[in-house]
Design a protein around this ligand. Sequence first.
Ligand SMILES: NC(=O)c1ccc[n+]([C@@H]2O[C@H](COP(=O)([O-])OP(=O)(O)OC[C@H]3O[C@@H](n4cnc5c(N)ncnc54)[C@H](OP(=O)(O)O)[C@@H]3O)[C@@H](O)[C@H]2O)c1
Length: 234
Amino acid sequence: MQLVGKKVIVVGGSSGIGLATAELAHSEGADVIIAARNEQRLEAVASKLKLSAVTADVTSDESIANLFKRCGPVDHVVVTAAQLRSGPVKTVAMDDVRATMEGKFWGAWRVAREAQINAGGSLTLVTGYLSVRPRPNSAIIGAANGALESLARSLALELAPVRVNAVSPGIIDTPIRAAMPEQARREMLEKTAASLPVGRVGFGEDVARQILAFMTIGFMTGSIVYLDGGALVT
Ligand SMILES: NC(=O)c1ccc[n+]([C@@H]2O[C@H](COP(=O)([O-])OP(=O)(O)OC[C@H]3O[C@@H](n4cnc5c(N)ncnc54)[C@H](OP(=O)(O)O)[C@@H]3O)[C@@H](O)[C@H]2O)c1
């Protein structure tokens, strides 16, 4: 039990990587608060896992200020919340690319600005390997991830002795692709798994375990960890 007596907030904790992180932190003895927009899903997860929940939207300055006012000082903060819209640079709607930055980049910025993290505690940002392994039609996501990785390194200096790190996942099987047709989603995951040295895609728990390492290894700050099943070396 590595987090007994620690208070952990997972912004984006009702699904996927955030949910796996909340579960793992809870199993390590932490007092865990999860935050996200959809109240029904948030409350369902919180009551099943016996966690606390606060509805919040990372795209709103006021909502994130209220979240941290309600929670008070905390030990570890994790931001997984994102709403990703992308497309070809020549044709994607400006509203869509602005929404991507608003949620993923400015959302993390708002959390960093408002969270009161105890000395020696940590802030973890979740980015994504498109920052260094770009794909056509995803430039805005790669750019948001790259900006977040720079932000983590800057904040490691500015917020010290709070530690700030980022984990940059490859393809992780979470509900983030729920809107894709099921067969196309499964085929994409199978093709990705076959292309990777580890022979599988990631699970939320893979990333959660790295985030737990950021929380508990007091020597880690300013680190960017690429956790991608070997995608960057293939
Ligand atoms: N899964 C992958 O393959 C993968 C790969 C690389 C990077 N990532 C990154 O990992 C992070 C987590 O992804 P995931 O796969 O765990 O996604 P997910 O399963 O869709 O979970 C996203 C979580 O964020 C919350 N959220 C979304 N927009 C929000 C907002 N504006 N304010 C507050 N909460 C918000 C969602 O709840 P509500 O919708 O109720 O708000 C949900 O709890 C994202 O930043 C994603 O870009 C994922």
